[in-house]
Design a binder for this molecule. Structure first.
Ligand code: HMG
Ligand code: MG
Length: 297
């Protein structure tokens, strides 16, 4: 049997948070239903953040309550603090994600606190999650470069990732937030982190600003990473990372992995329909090379 790779679909959160237009709850639900039909089982649904900061993510808990309840589906919400956590817990969301960075200046711009303060907030979230038997995923942004501070030392990424893991996050996703990294630099970060953390608890979250995301995923696979975040049609970007564009497209990750013989659980025809639907809803061309080639045939 072929080895499997876990894809965490972040389009409904990372993808839509960066769109100029705010989709309705019904449109967001249709997007997620399409993703489920395509075989995606791990989906970040939205964020419980201040709607003043990110109006695109407003009503994420309303959306959550409309989701299918099949037990093999894993839906999560992004929560920066206890207030966000409580909103997620109130709708019985089984998993939340906390997010900080390996860069002080990025953390300040993104969540308005220092890295140390973010750990304090997360300690409360993780403790509350444990009491409710909820899982917590951790994100570390700026795994290679920060839009404000420049190059980030791999040791700094390792230390933040290790701290989140030791605090109780079951999986740590390293964010290549601005998409400037090349595989040689990504390799150094994994080397450093893998000295302290098992590959099974590490995920790669690559943005594709400079077209390097698939190369970086290939590099990560060589080093044993088997969990990747991706966003349908290459939607996405962090509003607090100037110039950063979309996440790696789920369709392109599917193509790479299936050609390399990995199992992803994805049904390609439904994935293409999902891709076409969200591009039509947003009235823009998909950023996925694979999807564009597929529809051009
Ligand atoms: P703050 O202003 O420091 O918070 O923001 P505050 O505690 O002073 O509260 C200010 C107001 O926000 C108050 O309301 C709070 O009630 C409200 P007011 O009294 O003014 O009416 N508030 C909240 N409302 C709803 N939900 C909450 C919440 N918390 C406070 N959870 C805060 C701090 C974190 C809230 C703010 O900075 C924020 O919302 N930031 C948004 C961050 C964000 O979502 N960034 C994008 C996601 S991260 C990302 O994309 C990177 C990633 O993809 C990986 C990668 O690519 O690198 C994960
Ligand atoms: Mg991101």
């Amino acid at each position: 049997m072929s080895e499997s790779v876990k894809i965490v679909e972040v389009g409904p959160r990372d993808g839509l948070q960066n769109e100029k237009q705010n989709l309705t709850v019904a449109q967001r639900l249709a997007f997620i239903q399409d993703l489920v039909a395509a075989g995606l089982k791990y989906i970040e649904v939205g964020s419980c953040v201040s709607p003043k900061w990110l109006p695109q993510m407003a009503q994420s808990t309303d959306l959550f309550q409309l989701l299918p309840t099949d037990t093999d589906l894993h839906f999560s919400l992004l929560t920066p603090n206890l207030k966000g956590f409580e909103a997620a817990a109130a709708v019985n969301c089984p998993e939340v994600a906390v997010f900080t960075a390996a860069s002080e200046s990025f953390t300040r711009k993104n969540i308005n606190c220092s890295i140390a303060e973010s750990f304090e907030k997360f300690a409360d979230v993780i403790q509350a999650a444990k009491m409710k038997n909820m899982r917590v995923r951790g994100y570390v942004s700026c795994m290679v470069d920060c839009p404000y501070a420049g190059a980030i030392a791999p040791e700094q990424v390792r230390d933040v990732a290790k701290r989140l893991y030791d605090m109780g996050c079951y999986e740590i996703s390293l964010g290549e937030t601005i998409g400037t990294a090349t595989p040689d630099r990504v390799a150094k970060v994994w080397d450093c982190c893998l000295a302290e953390l098992d590959a099974a608890v590490l995920a790669g979250h690559f943005h594709n600003t400079y077209g390097m995301a698939i190369a970086n995923i290939y590099q990560s696979l060589q080093q044993g990473i088997r969990i990747f975040d991706a966003s349908l049609a290459g939607l996405g970007g962090c509003p607090y990372a100037k110039g950063a564009s979309g996440n790696v497209a789920t369709e392109d990750v599917y193509y790479l992995l299936s050609q390399l013989g990995y199992e992803t659980g994805i049904d390609v025809e439904h994935l293409m329909l999902a891709s076409r639907n969200i591009s039509q809803t947003l009235q823009r061309k998909s950023l996925s090379s694979y999807a564009n080639a597929y529809w051009a045939q």
